[in-house]
Structure formats: C-alpha cells, structure tokens
Ligand binder design. Structure first.
Ligand SMILES: CC(C)(COP(=O)(O)OP(=O)(O)OC[C@H]1O[C@@H](n2cnc3c(N)ncnc32)[C@H](O)[C@@H]1OP(=O)(O)O)[C@@H](O)C(=O)NCCC(=O)NCCS
Length: 213
C-alpha cells in the first residue's frame, strides 16, 4: 500500500545512514544532475537569489533537526484544520531509514539553512512523494516546482512509471499547483488521522505518468 504524506513511514531500509551520505539511494546522483540542468529554463529569480543555482541533495541523519523545523514551519498553513505539528524527529528518522525512501533537500545559499525538502519513496514501478516543504521565506520563487521535478526525476531514473501524491481536500490551492505540474486526480481516501482533524476532510489522490525516456 502507498505511504502517503499523512500515513506512517515505510519499512526500515537495509542499509545504514552512513551509506546514505555516500549517495547510495538508487539513481539519485544521476537524477539530481539532470534536474539541475532541466529546471534552469523554467525557474525564476524574483529579484532575489536565483533558485536556478540551487541543486537538491540527499538528506542525511545530520539533517533531522533542520528537516523537522522546516517541515513543521511550512505546514503551519494546515493549522486551521489539523491539530499539532506535521512531523517529529522520530518520524523523519523513520523516513530517512525507510527502504527506498529518503528526503531530497535544498540548502539556502550562504546560510546553508534548509530552504526546501521533499520526501520520496519508491515502491516498485510507482513512486510517491510527501511532505513537500518550502520555508515560508523562500516560497513562490520556484523551489516547490524544482523539488517536485527532482522527485519525479529520481523516480523515473529508478524505473517508476508513475508518481503519486495526495493532498488534503481542504487545501483547495494544491490541486491546481500539482495540476500545473502534470498530476491528475485519480481518487480519494480517508484522512488517516481523523482524531487530529478539526474539520471534516479526506485525501485527494493525484498521479502523474512517467513515460520511459
Ligand atoms: C506548496 C509549496 C511546496 C509550494 O512551494 P513554492 O516554492 O512556493 O512553489 P513555487 O514557487 O514553485 O510555485 C509553483 C507554482 O505554484 C503556485 N503556487 C505555489 N503555492 C501556491 C499557493 N499556496 N496557492 C496558489 N498557488 C501557489 C505558484 O504561484 C507557481 O505558479 P506559477 O509558476 O504559475 O507562478 C509551499 O507553499 C509549501 O511549502 N507549503 C506548505 C506545505 C505544503 O502545503 N506542502 C504540500 C502538501 S501536499
């Protein structure tokens, strides 16, 4: 079954966090190079630091604290319907250690503080991503788009034929965002933690075919 943004982290991986720092996540080294190149024509600088020069990298256990801070800051936008933080150090650690799962992250230039991150997991011929997070001070400058493309390329290189995402039904701005990136709605599912909800909500499932290139 798919592990979505709001569901539990996947099974534990069979290689160590140390191995991750040497970029053993299948295909990521290749895909990140490709993404950095492919994204440059479509990103914009908005008069500040150009995101074109910001290349995603694979997170390591050293990034756990920064990932928790970034994700929880970005997801404050969901406070109007769900109680509590989006993630915890334990959750991020579990995701980092999941089989064929990991985070792609983008460091802000100069400060090296995380500006964005996305969790990606491969499950056979399907890939999915979750926890797409851009620091509020970096939003609307192209990083969200860049991270989705990085996740897509990572999954494509790993042999996936489709990429899945789910969004909470109350986030009406998100289907158009993902739609502009080629994702189409293909179903719904119950919200996995109804006890946390302050309003009725469900998940909207979206997918994008990844043709062989
Ligand atoms: C959603 C999110 C990742 C987008 O990141 P971002 O860096 O601001 O997005 P981009 O700058 O790449 O924007 C890409 C496009 O989506 C649009 N967009 C981004 N956020 C939007 C929003 N909240 N409402 C409407 N449109 C939005 C942008 O205007 C842009 O469109 P354009 O290319 O036609 O100008 C970011 O707002 C975020 O971290 N949100 C909180 C966490 C979250 O909701 N994650 C997704 C859960 S599934």
């Amino acid at each position: 079954m798919k592990d979505c943004g709001w569901r539990a982290a996947g099974a534990r991986r069979d290689f160590t966090p140390a191995a991750r720092s040497t970029r053993t996540l299948d295909g990521v080294g290749l895909c990140l190079t490709t993404v950095g190149y492919c994204s440059s024509a479509t990103l914009r600088s908005s008069g500040r630091t150009a995101v074109t020069s910001m290349i995603p990298r694979i997170a390591t256990v050293d990034d756990v604290s920064a990932l928790v801070r970034l994700i929880n800051a970005a997801y404050r936008v969901e406070d109007f319907f769900v109680r509590g933080d989006r993630t915890t150090p334990e959750d991020v650690r579990d995701r980092l250690e999941a089989v064929q799962g990991g985070f792609l992250v983008i460091d802000a230039p100069e400060t090296q503080v995380l500006a964005g991150a996305v969790y990606v997991k491969i499950c056979g011929v399907r890939g999915y991503f979750a926890m797409l997070s851009v620091d509020p001070s970096w939003q609307k400058r192209g990083l969200g788009r860049l991270l989705v493309r990085a996740a897509e390329e990572h999954c494509r290189v790993a042999g996936c034929r489709a990429l899945d995402i789910d969004v909470v039904s109350l986030r009406s701005e998100l289907p158009p965002f993902y739609g502009s990136l080629g994702f189409i709605p293909n179903g719904t599912a119950p919200f996995p933690h109804p006890d946390k909800l302050q309003q009725a909500a469900h998940l909207v499932l979206m997918t994008k075919p990844l043709p062989v290139q």
